[in-house]
Design a binder for this molecule. Structure first.
Ligand code: T46
Length: 305
């Protein structure tokens, strides 16, 4: 899959999705009435990239599969839009197109944020964006909201420069958790989680580790029963985890990413950046007897799993 400039030869395939009621049912414009000339005009205009940029999402054989766009580029922001042909749905084209245009938005067009909306009734799209952990946005420019005022029940999303959008689900079998985060343009972001709702255990203790010099390692133990959510609200910390699934590491450097450890797991933490903070939400009070600090004893314990 790749992105390239739209070409006139894409017009018939563009018209295919425009005339597909299932594809365009939730879109704002009336595409069903578009003609081949409309599609060609759109493609010709797409080469002027002053306000909007449009690219073709293509298969490896260079077949047009859909269009991905950044619209209303202004004040460091743009609106993201995407449409793929029915035959491209469920085959990763939409995700690849989205990932690539977001990369272009930040790296090539030097934007700070990209936002978009979907009708909440468009369950397929809402599920798609939620699955990819995009967050609901609350600070959409008023002129854009006005444009959509005829449509109610919209869900707005945004992604900010620096947000991690990769899809790592597990590290050594432990869940990589996307902590709900509300971004605000130029005013930071707020992250939160709730016991039972977001973390599958009651939280009896919160602790955090701070003022650690760069290059220092901590941890070197496992827990027998304790469950924990670890996250790094500031800085960069490498977390090395080892359990029956093997030994894997992950860098915690995004306040909206955490790791949930729910079974006996050896952990080591390496401070990659001075003053990074490691926060932990734990399922129980401190109990020195829950620690296994001897690596050989931990290996013996794993035999029972
Ligand atoms: C873990 C990793 C991620 C307490 O008195 N109460 C507490 O709630 C905690 C967490 C620690 N302590 C005492 C025990 C030690 O005397 O604080 C001292 C330092 O603890 P430790 O050497 O275990 O710190 P780390 O960074 O190696 O490990 C900590 C947690 O202990 C552990 O549960 O999973 O962070």
């Amino acid at each position: 899959m790749k992105l390239r400039e739209l070409e006139l030869r894409d017009a018939p395939l563009m018209l295919e999705w425009m005339h597909d009621a299932e594809v365009v049912g939730n879109l704002k414009a009336n595409f069903l009435e578009k003609t081949i000339e409309d599609a060609e005009r759109f493609i010709n205009l797409s080469h002027d990239k002053t306000k909007d940029v449009h690219y073709a999402i293509c298969s490896d054989e260079d077949e047009y599969m859909g269009t991905v766009s950044l619209k209303h580029i202004e004040n460091g922001r743009a609106e993201f839009a995407i449409t793929v042909r029915k035959s491209a749905m469920g085959r990763g084209y939409a995700w690849c197109g989205m990932e690539e245009i977001i990369r272009l938005a930040f790296d090539e067009y030097n934007l700070d944020s990209v936002y978009w909306c979907v009708s909440r009734g468009n369950k397929r799209a809402v599920r798609f964006y939620d699955k990819h952990n995009f967050h609901e946005a609350l600070d959409i420019p008023q002129n854009i909201l006005d444009e959509y005022k005829a449509i109610d029940d919209l869900k707005w999303y945004s992604v900010l420069r620096g947000d991690i959008i990769d899809e790592r689900e597990l590290v050594a079998g432990c869940k990589v958790m996307r902590i709900k985060t509300i971004p605000t343009v130029n005013a930071g972001e707020l992250s939160f989680f709730e016991a039972q709702h977001d973390v599958g255990f009651d939280i009896k203790r919160i602790y955090y580790i701070s003022k650690v010099p760069e290059g220092v390692r901590r941890g070197f133990h496992a827990h027998k029963k304790l469950k924990q959510l670890l996250f790094c609200p500031y800085g960069r910390i490498q977390l090395i985890l080892e359990n029956r699934y093997g030994r894997e590491e992950i860098e915690l450097s995004d306040p909206s990413i955490g790791v949930v450890i729910e079974e006996p797991t050896w952990r080591e933490m390496l401070w990659l950046q001075r003053d990074s903070v490691l926060c932990v939400a734990a399922s129980d009070y401190y109990d020195v007897n829950d620690y296994v600090r001897d690596y050989d004893a931990f290996q013996d314990m794993l035999k029972d799993y």
